[in-house]
Design a protein around this ligand. Sequence first.
Ligand code: CA
Length: 249
Amino acid sequence: MAKKRTVVVVEDEDPIRRAIVDALRMAGYEPVEAADGEAGLLEARRAGVDLVLLDLLLPKMDGFDVLRGLRETHAALPVIILTARGSEDDRVRGLRGGADDYVVKPFSARELLARVDAVLRRTPERPEPVVHMRAGDTEVDCARREVCHSDGKRLPLSEMEAGILQRLAVYAGRAVSREELLSCVWGLKDGTVETRAIDMHITRLRQKLAGEPPADPPIEWIVTVRGKGYMLAPEIHVVTEGTQQEDPT
Ligand code: CA
């Protein structure tokens, strides 16, 4: 059975939030509730979230600020804003701010679910967990958090190193920003840890992947993308849970 998709509901009015949550649950989604903007941003940034329903008028942090904050770390996460009838400016501002769609209040459960469904259909499925990675004779076992070199040497990866590597593998083919790595791997809000900490972990990770002494010719696992962040090198073979059986080795 397919995994339930997680939808974060950021809405301060209890009856509305509850109605949305009930409708989502009935439709087979996994709803997560947040009653103010700060909590909403925190929940939306957690790993495994598929979509965010975002009210605009919220206590602590308004919806536009939540959207802005979210777009800094999660450029592609689908967001549907909930706007009041007649507030066309809000709709335009929300869409310009990176919202994927909007629903005008008051809305029916059917209308809301149709929008959620439509937006999710446009976005790819939640990525499958990465099981292992391989380049040349070097292999990474994600479950055991180990780098296995051709000479039989095994080097353990720290939780953070493994988290960074898996994140890069999940988004193979595009650069992942330091901010995104910070918030996804550590689950931290901006500013708690310096993004330079990421660079230090990447350096250590590269050393472990290269081996001691480094493979000849050396294999580049992680590419630095200037101004954007880091990317898994295209030649790294990534095996996910779903493709495991088809893997020839
Ligand atoms: Ca509100």
